[in-house]
Design a protein around this ligand. Structure first.
Ligand SMILES: Nc1ncnc2c1ncn2[C@@H]1O[C@H](COP(=O)(O)OP(=O)(O)OP(=O)(O)O)[C@@H](O)[C@H]1O
Ligand SMILES: [Mg+2]
Length: 359
């Protein structure tokens, strides 16, 4: 069994067992639990409701003199695959892990940007956290990138790999915050690259951020001119290089395998050399990878938005106008085959547009 199959099997058997997974006790809730469970959204203590979430219905509630985020599991997650169907359970499991990690003195400070859990119950489908009074991140500044990568390194050292760093899962209230852990999985950072063991070396923290979010931002910058997109790309890469250097040093100290250290070294070297030798080529390589993978993610989960269509436009234009450049940086299929796949992807993406856009 692959680690992924094992996780699915364990989570499905937990679901079937009827067992409860709770964080805290109902007495920790600022409102009686039965009220939270039966929330409709029109109660005077509900300040806002968010319908964009795919796994959960999210409410901003006011109680005990402050605001809270109440996440209620959807009867059926809008992501149409096994990871989606177990994502609420997964989130509560990871919040239990995070609660423990936040007590580890070596990581506590760096994990302050991870939202706390006041109370959670899998069987009641309830998750209560402090409200983050923040804004979605439109244009990533140096401060925001540094904070995000610092948090990501701490999570990796703590043995947690976050797959879904999409725009709807990051907020900034002066500090970049993470609060949605539906697709965060455990792994052994000393022996594995991510939660698939060593089977998928192409997936790592910086890649996840670039694929799920940063290149959608760079796509917007590209419309304002190549220079600003390239500068933003270089800034993010330099921060990622330094974060991976620190990660590598910490993992080496803890006795990581040669395979893991070598893998991290080679990623850092590719970036450093790419920035020095041909920044445009590195940009094209990472942009192609990001847009292509994110498109597959959206199609796989049947969770398409306007951003999915913008990515298809970029991929198609790149095949049509820059196929030779592309061949130089990526192992790609023949152009006519790629264009046929993209035509099919566009038909599906149009069919699977979500009623409510993902932030
Ligand atoms: N603690 C919080 N403070 C402020 N806003 C929050 C908080 N938690 C969630 N939100 C808001 O609710 C939205 C949906 O929340 P969240 O991402 O946790 O739900 P989800 O259903 O798991 O989402 P998805 O599956 O689409 O990633 C977020 O994009 C954010 O705008
Ligand atoms: Mg989310």
């Amino acid at each position: 069994m692959t680690p992924e199959q094992q996780r699915h099997a364990e989570q499905l058997s937990f679901v079937a067992s009827g067992a409860e997974l709770e964080i805290g006790t109902p007495a920790d809730c600022p409102l009686p639990l039965d009220r939270l469970i039966s929330v409709r959204g029109d109660e005077p203590w509900v300040r806002e409701r968010f319908d964009g979430g795919l796994t959960a219905q999210v409410y901003r509630v006011h109680a005990d003199g402050r605001d809270w985020t109440l996440k209620r599991a959807r009867a059926r997650c809008k992501v149409q695959n096994l990871d989606g169907q177990t994502s609420f359970l997964n989130e509560i499991q990871r919040r239990a892990d995070l609660r423990a990690l936040k007590r580890d003195p070596s990581l506590a400070e760096r994990l302050e940007s991870i939202v706390d859990t006041r109370y959670a119950s899998y069987r009641h489908g309830v998750l209560l956290s402090p409200w983050i009074d923040g804004k979605p991140i439109q244009a990533w500044s140096e401060r925001q990138l540094l904070q995000l990568f610092d948090t990501l390194v701490a999570l990796l050292l703590g043995g947690l790999f976050e797959w879904d760093l999409c725009p709807g899962n990051t907020l900034d209230d002066g500090q970049v915050r993470l609060f949605d852990f539906g697709y965060m999985y455990r792994f052994d950072p000393l022996r594995a690259f991510n939660s698939n063991g060593t089977a998928t070396p192409q997936f790592h923290a910086a890649e996840r951020f670039e694929t799920r979010q940063y290149f959608a931002h760079l796509l917007v910058l590209e419309t304002q001119g190549e220079t600003s997109a390239l500068a933003a790309f270089e800034l993010e890469k330099r921060i990622a290089i330094e974060a991976y250097r620190q990660l590598r040093a910490a993992l080496a100290k803890r006795g990581a395998s040669g395979e893991v250290l070598h893998w991290l070294d080679s990623i850092g070297q590719q970036w450093t050399q790419g920035l020095k030798a041909d920044r445009e080529a590195l940009y094209l390589k990472e942009a192609w990878r990001s847009h292509w993978l994110d498109l597959q993610d959206d199609l796989h989960g049947q969770t398409c938005t306007a951003s999915t269509l913008a990515r298809i436009d970029w991929l198609q234009a790149t095949v049509e106008h820059r196929y030779r450049d592309l061949q130089a940086v990526a192992a790609v299929a023949p152009a006519d085959l790629l264009l046929a796949r993209l035509r099919k992807a566009r038909r599906l993406a149009v069919r699977w547009q979500l009623a409510s856009p993902r932030a």
